[in-house]
Design a protein. Sequence first.
Length: 692
Amino acid sequence: MNAVPQTIVPETRHDEENALLEVRGLRTEFRAAGGTVCAVNDVSLAVRRGKVLGVVGESGSGKSVTARSILRMVPEPGRVVGGEVLFEGRDLLGLSEPNMRALRGSEIAMVFQDPQSALNPVLTVGYQVAEALIVHGVDRRTARRRALELLQQVGIPDAERRIDDYPYQFSGGMRQRVVIAIALAGSPSLLIADEPTTALDVTIQAQILRLLGRLRDELDIAVLMITHDMGVVAETCDDVVVMYGGRVVEQGPAEMIFSRQEHPYTADLLKAMPRMDEDGMRRLPAIPGAPPDPAALPSGCAFHPRCRLAEDECRTTVPELAPRGGTGQAAACWVTGRGAAIPPLDRAPADGGDRPGPGGTSLLSVENVRVNVASERRSLFGRPDPVYAVDGVSLSVAGGETVGLVGESGCGKSTLARTIVGINRPAEGTVRVGPDGVDAFTGAGTRPLRSTVQYVFQDPYASLNPRRTVRQSLGEALEMRGVPRGARAAEASELMRRVGLNEGYLDRYPHAFSGGQRQRIGIARALAVQPKVLICDEPVSALDVSIQAQIINLLESLRDDLGLGYLFIAHDLSVVRHLSDRVAVMYLGKIVETGPVDAVYSSPQHPYTVALMSSSPAPDTTARDRERIVLTGDLPSPKNPPSGCRFRTRCPIGPLTHPERRICAEEEPPLAETPHGQLAACHFASEMAVLS
C-alpha cells in the first residue's frame, strides 16, 4: 500500500490575490466493473490573471481530465471525488448545475483540439458564434453583430462575407479561429485550451499562438493551455505544470522549468525533443518504456520504472510536491529533494560508430511527376479542368539516405507519396524504382515497385486490421514476399525483435498495444517484404515526445543497419532536421527549395522555407524574442493557383510589400542553384538569406 503524503502547495508567485483560478487537491475517478481508476490524484495548480499556464505531460497523464474536472464536464463514469476548484473565490464543485451552465462560456470557456468536430457542419460559422451569445440571453440581431466583431477580432479575413459560410469552407487554421471566437463570445476571463494547435501546420500554429498572445495582452484573458509540445510552452507560457501518472510532478515559472529542471521526467522530456539546431549524428536520448496505465500505476513514484535516478524509496513511497530554491518552483522527487543534481543526459552516438552514409545508387527516382486529382468523369459540361495537386516534382532517394519532405497540409506531400506507391496514377512523369531504374507504372514494374517501396502510415491503428493478430498481419506480408509457410513463424519473430518488440506479442490484436508499439508493428510489416525504400508519411506526429524519440531512433538504426532509403514526410521541422540528409520544401504542388539539410537549415534561401523555420517553436524560453516571419492567409487552392510564383500571395518580400516586383506575378521562378549549394525557386532568393 502506497504511503500518500499530503501535498504541500509551494509558495509561488500564484498568491491568492493574483490567482484567478486555484485548484487544490483535485481528485477525479472513473468507476467501472473492473475497479476504480484515479485519473487525477491530488492535483493543485493556479492560473494568474492575464497569464498563460501550460500543463504538459504524455498521454494518460491526466491533463485533459483535469481541465474537464475544472468545468465539471468529466464524461461518465467519471466523477470528481475530492478537492476544490476556486474561481474568483467561488468553489465550482459546490455550484448547482444551472449556475455552472451559466458560468461555462460566460466566465470560463474551452477551446478544443479538433475544430472540425467542435463545429456543427450544417450551421454557418456566424450562427454558431451568435448561438453562444443567444443561449445567454442576447437577442439575435445583437448576437449577429457581435459575432461579426468576434470573427474580425480573431482575424477571419473578409468576415462580412464569410460570416454565412459553413465550416467545410474554412481551412483548419480558420476553423480554429472560429472556435476561439465562440469561446470569446461571452467575454470570459479564463480560456482553457486543450491542445489548440496540435492538428495545425507550423505556420498556422504560429498564427493561432500569436492570436492567443494578443488576446491575453489586449483583453487580459488568462489561459490554461494543455499541450505536449514543449516548444509551444517555452514560447507562450508564463508558468508550467508537469503531470505524470495523474499527479503534478513539477511546477513553476517557465524560465526556471526550462533552465533548471528539478524532476528527472521534466529533464528527460526536454532532452527527448529533436531540435533544429542539432544534427542527427547522435541518437535522441529517449525515455525507456511507455507512460503507465492509469488503471495499474506502479507503487511509489509512478515514474520510477523509467527513471535513471530511481532509488529504493522511489519504489515504495509517493514523493510530495515540495518547494525548491525559493523561486516558485516545486518538484515531487525524493532524489533531487535531498539536493542531488540531475546529471546531463548525453545523446548516445549512432549505433556502430560512424554512420555508413548514403549510397551512390538511386533506389527511387521521381521525374517531373504531375498528379491530376480532378474527377476523370465527363459531365453534361464536358470533362472538368485538371487540378494538379503535384505539379512537376522531381526527387530521388539513395540507399542509406533520408530525404525529408516538408510543407503545409494541402501542398501535395501525401499525394506524391501515394503516387509513388501506385495508389494514384501520374498524369505525366515517371517513377523509377530499384538499382535498375524500372518504370513503376509499366506492367513489368508492378512487382519491383511492391518489393522495393513500402509505406509507413501516420496512424498505425487505422493501417492495421483490428481483426487480425500481429502474426496474421506479418504473415500476409511474408506470403507476398514468397516466404514458405513453415518459415514464417521464425521470420515474424525476427521482425518483432528487429523493431524492439517481444515475440510473445505476435498473437495479440492491435487494440492491445500503445501508439508507439503499433507504429513499431507497422514498421515491422513494411520490413517483411525486405524493401529498399520506406515512404514514412508523418510516422511520429501522433506520438508523445518520449515515444516519438524511440521511433526516430529505431528508424535511424534500421536505415543504417539495412541500408534503407527513406522519403520522410513531416511538418515538424525539428524531426526532419534530425533524420534527414537532404530536404525538399514543397508549396502548392511544387518543390520550392531543396538541398543538403545543413545548407537549407543554416541558410534557407526561399522565403517560404524561412517562414516555416521562423514559425517553428523552440523549447527554449530565451528564444521568445527571436525574429519571426508569421505568414498571413492560407495555402491557395491547386484548382486556381496564382500566376507566376505560387507563393507571391503570402510572400513577405513579394508584391504584397513590394508592388514594383511584378516579375513575381508574371514569371514562374525556376528551381535554380544558389551560392549556398541548394536549389531555390525564388526571383529574390539571396535577399531572404539576409533577412533570415
